[in-house]
Design a protein around this ligand. Structure first.
Ligand code: M6R
Length: 610
């Protein structure tokens, strides 16, 4: 996590750096800092605790000036959020550095550097890097060389930006394991953790690869590898719509993004389906032969992306009829599993930069999978670049830390994948026709579901003072319950757990009393009668039920049971519609509590550290 941005220009850069940081704040927001070289090439630094706004306020009352600079927004890993631990870190008055990643051998390096006389002022792993660079400058006149020599000693992950008072008009970047892009300007050049940070400055980028070092001046950019060889990296043009990154008429990004789901689903389907069929050609020339060979699937992901994968498991095993193994990336990467013949390895990641997911992808390269496929929202991300196939979702930038529109768009991609594989196995043309029809109608059903804004806002009053909540679902709606619980806990800080409803009686029923709201998801499917029995078990113990029920079921509100009617849709797509209802409930509960729901405490949008 953490976001870094750097600018080398002929105009003043502090405002540009702060604007870039504001766009990177989703990566971490517990402290921020900036370092610039002023007109006399003196290194000036400012750091503040809290969000980027604190830094901006500080610079407004006491400004810095300079045409070369770096900046950082932090998500603490080593050392508490404090001014002293905030980046940039410095080596004397010579070098300043901003870092994203984790230096795993920092303790050994620190000990060695202390032995050489270095004095450290922070608890971070980062500070060793700037000391290594500063010391290397005694052996070389080139800042690029000094950075290369220093990073060669690092174990772990890093993306860094470096400036030096002895090298005015020069900015060095390097990446290994953490993302870094170069933005190409006119008379100025930039580095940043992602393209979004530089949206107002350029639309031309170089996407650095693992082990790349880059040297930037206002007029030139050159890329090198760790062996001091020049490497050619072509530039790409990245279109970004201006309205993508604002809140529009909404108070929070999350609310806006919940309401963007009909468009996100429609855009994800665009060009991929005809009236009755999924267009295989839309998935690229290599996809057909990979799908022909696919006999089993392993899906690996984290957080909400893991829950969308868990829903897809029901689809793939039921509608395709091949084994589908779904695993949490941080577990998968340390487990020796068995790869079934003809297995396709799938990662699901909104950001395409999640460290555990990326590590899993790299790990399986030698494990005998037929191919790797990623389902992702960011075309320029590392996961997309390192996978054999990429199935993009078209959700647009998701800024709120709680994933909403990316989750539903992922499910759309997963249904398209299910159909493409199903066609090769047990799915009939009629079923494909039925599912494609339902997918095409989904944006309208979601528009209907969004009208639940009103009723969920009212219901939120019942949850706002609670300390715990239980979510229940069965079948493919168990992961829906998990996602609903995750949404509630991450933005409202109410402890929420989700269970397959049939498990309740095996222990968790002991938790149920009048103080424990139980939120159930009741679609119109074969498991309905079983679910109803589970709900009776709750009522018999005095538990308060909130039931999100398919509108065709005719469930009625009665004492102890509040029913919220959810628009009906094809049974297979019901998890998508029910999820929207649960997102709204979580959103309104957190909004009522007044939490910082776009940037909840202790979290970050893109988890680029292990
Ligand atoms: O970018 P990714 O999809 O790989 O992110 C995975 C999780 O970190 C993410 O879904 C997280 O759980 C969200 N905060 C959920 O709302």
């Amino acid at each position: 996590m953490c976001g870094i941005v750097g600018v080398v220009s002929t105009r003043q850069v502090p405002d540009l750096l702060v604007e870039g940081l504001q766009r990177l704040e989703y990566r971490g927001y517990d402290s921020a800092g900036i370092a610039v070289l002023d007109a006399n090439q003196v290194l000036k630094r400012r750091r503040t605790i809290g969000k980027v706004k604190e830094l901006a306020d500080s610079l407004r009352s006491d400004s810095l000036s300079g045409v070369t600079g770096i900046a950082h927004t932090r998500w603490a890993t080593h050392g508490v959020p404090s001014e002293g631990n905030a980046h940039p870190h410095v080596y004397g008055e010579t070098v300043a550095l901003a870092h994203n990643g984790i230096v795993e051998n920092h303790e050994a390096l620190r000990e060695e550097l202390v032995g050489l006389g270095s004095e450290f002022t922070s608890d971070t792993d980062t500070e060793v890097i700037v000391h290594l660079i500063g010391r290397e400058l005694a052996n070389t006149d080139s800042l690029l060389d000094a950075v290369r020599r220093a990073v060669k000693r690092l174990e772990g992950a890093f993306a860094i930006g470096v400036i030096s008072s002895r090298h005015p008009g020069r900015l060095i970047g390097a990446r290994k394991g953490s993302p870094l892009v170069v933005g190409l300007g006119h008379g100025e050049n930039f580095i940043a953790s992602d393209v979004l940070a530089l949206r107002s400055l350029t639309d031309r980028f170089i996407l650095l690869e693992e082990g790349d070092l880059v040297e930037l001046t206002p007029s030139d950019v050159s890329v090198w590898n760790l062996d001091d060889e020049s490497v050619v990296r072509s530039s790409v043009k990245v279109e970004m719509r201006v309205d993508d990154t604002g809140k529009g008429n909404f108070q929070h990004y999350m609310h806006k993004e919940i309401h963007q789901q009909p468009q996100a689903v429609a855009a994800t389907l665009e060009g991929r389906v005809t009236r009755h069929r999924v267009l295989e050609e839309a998935f690229g020339v290599r996809a057909s032969s990979v799908f022909d060979r696919t006999r089993a699937i392993t899906i690996v992901a984290c957080g909400s992306s893991y829950y969308s994968a868990s829903i897809a498991r029901y689809w793939i095993e039921d509608l395709v009829g091949i084994p589908c193994n779904v695993e949490i990336a941080s577990e998968f990467r340390y487990r020796r599993g068995v790869v079934l013949p003809g297995s396709l390895f799938v990662t699901i990641t909104q950001s395409g930069e999640t460290a555990d997911t990326l590590a899993a992808l790299r790990l399986v390269k030698e494990q005998g999978f037929e191919a790797s496929l990623t389902i992702c929202n960011v075309p320029t991300s590392t996961t997309v670049r390192e996978s054999d196939l990429a199935l993009m979702i078209q959700a647009g930038p998701e800024i709120g830390v709680a994933s909403t529109k990316a989750f539903t768009a992922q499910l759309v991609d997963l249904m398209l994948l299910t159909i493409l594989l199903g066609r090769r196995h047990r799915m009939s043309e009629d079923t494909e026709r039925e599912l494609v029809g339902a997918l095409r109608g989904l944006p309208d059903v979601l528009e209907e579901a969004l009208k639940l804004d009103v009723v969920t806002r009212k219901l939120a009053q019942r949850l706002v003072d609670k300390h715990h909540a239980l979510f229940l679902g069965r079948g493919a709606h168990y992961p829906v319950a998990l996602e609903g619980a995750l949404k509630l806990k991450e933005i409202s800080y109410i402890h929420a757990e989700a269970l397959p409803a049939g498990e309740l009686k095996h222990g968790p029923l002991a938790l149920v009393d009048a103080e424990m709201p139980v939120i159930a998801v009741a679609p119109n499917n074969d498991l309905l009668e079983k679910l109803k029995s589970n709900l009776q078990e709750v009522r018999a113990r005095g538990g308060e039920l909130i039931v999100f029920a398919d509108e065709t079921l005719g469930f009625r509100t009665e004492p102890g049971v509040t029913v919220v009617e959810v628009p009906s849709v094809h049974e297979a797509l019901a998890p998508i519609v029910f999820t929207v209802a649960l997102q709204l409930l979580a959103y309104h509960t957190a909004a009522l509590k007044g939490t910082d729901l776009d940037q909840p405490r202790n979290l970050a949008k893109s988890v680029t550290v292990e």
